[in-house]
Design a binder for this molecule. Structure first.
Ligand code: PMP
Length: 343
């Protein structure tokens, strides 16, 4: 039998939860609100390969964020860009380091590409101690640090001042995954630091705040030299024409995105208060989800029985869960189901 390469033979894949529940609050998706208007497939040159440079899309992203198109790279979801960074910069055996718990794909991509993936534990309150990370980066001589802020699954936001201090303290390449940054307080993004720190890459996605997970579109910001290196590795025609067109449309509708994220922040606060009222331990969140703790170990299954899907963490004996903020009706259904289960 043909065996996969050693780094893949022991790999645990990322398995999306395919339970079919009426209320789906497991994957941090958004509600549909950015309906593409006036899109005519007949007008698109679908018999041609897509624009390899995704130039129009980069221009519209650049204008929105006040950077140059040469600071941007687009990808088939931000996941593909995170993998591209590892593929481009990390040789087999080199160390990639992240906090734990965080987004599972950091470890999966690192292992696929033969990196030595290492983790620093979060604190008891799920915040990150960046001094511990600085010590670990230095002692392990890490090549790449991946910091997720706001962090999935815990919702912890690394204060910008802390991140700047971190960037000044390490030589490694630092990828800050800002998939959920639109749901955080303003002014915390690192996007505008790419001119100052030549070892910084910031990734973003259309999957969360834009409500467009289905088009698979992510983007990153970095200095043009790093962007050029990534460009050597990225496959040609990496982004299909339809995604490029919808991406440009979405970038021109930022006001709607801001209205949507403001409503999620309001609903997040409501769900947080209601969970606390039920005696459930919650953690502050800057994402479109809440990380919480309860002694109800079988909560995940009991909610499925009520047609509600959330994420459970840590295997069989887990008591940590992550619930995506839904619309008002979904949140009510979730809280009412919880009340029944706990009573
Ligand atoms: N980063 C984080 C922290 C995520 O939670 C996710 C998706 N769950 C991604 C990146 C990838 O998102 P996408 O590939 O859809 O852009």
């Amino acid at each position: 039998m043909i065996a996969p390469k050693p780094s893949v033979s022991t790999l645990k894949p990322y398995v999306p939860d395919e339970h079919q529940c009426a209320i789906k609050l497991d994957a941090n998706e958004a509600k549909p609100f950015l309906f593409p208007q006036g899109l005519q497939f007949a007008d698109m040159p679908l018999h041609r390969y897509p624009d390899p440079g995704t130039d129009a899309l980069k221009k519209s992203i650049a204008a929105q964020y006040g950077v140059n198109p040469g600071n941007i790279m687009t990808g088939n979801g931000s996941s593909a860009l995170i993998e591209l960074v590892i593929k481009t910069f990390v040789a087999p055996g080199e160390v990639v380091i992240s906090f734990k718990p965080s987004f599972a794909m950091f470890g999966i991509y690192s292992r696929i590409h033969g990196a030595d993936f290492s983790e620093v534990d979060s604190e008891a309150d799920f915040s990150f101690d960046l001094d511990k990370m600085i010590t670990a980066v230095r002692s392990k001589r890490a090549k790449l640090v991946i910091l997720c802020s706001p962090n999935n699954p815990t919702g912890y936001l690394i204060p910008k001042a802390e991140l700047v201090r971190f960037l000044q303290s390490v030589d490694a390449l630092v990828l800050v995954d800002e998939a959920y940054m639109e749901f955080a307080d303003q002014g915390e993004t690192l996007v505008h630091e790419i001119g100052t720190y030549t070892n910084l890459i910031v990734t973003r996605t259309f999957s969360k705040a834009f409500g467009l997970a289905g088009i698979r579109l992510g983007y990153l910001f970095a200095n043009p030299s790093l962007v050029g290196m990534l460009g050597r590795v990225q496959e040609p025609y990496h982004l299909n024409t339809i995604t490029q067109v919808i991406g440009c449309m979405a970038m021109s509708r930022m006001a709607e995105v801001k209205t949507y994220t403001a409503s999620v922040r309001r609903l997040r606060q409501e769900v947080m208060v209601r969970l606390r009222d039920l005696g459930i331990k919650t953690y502050p969140s800057s994402g479109n989800f809440i990380w919480f703790e309860t002694e109800q170990k079988d909560l995940y299954q009991k909610l499925i029985a009520k047609d509600i899907l959330i994420r459970a963490f840590g295997g069989q004996d887990t008591c940590y869960f992550r619930v995506t903020i839904g619309d008002e009706q979904e949140n009510n259904a979730f809280i009412n189901a919880l009340k029944e289960i706990l009573s």
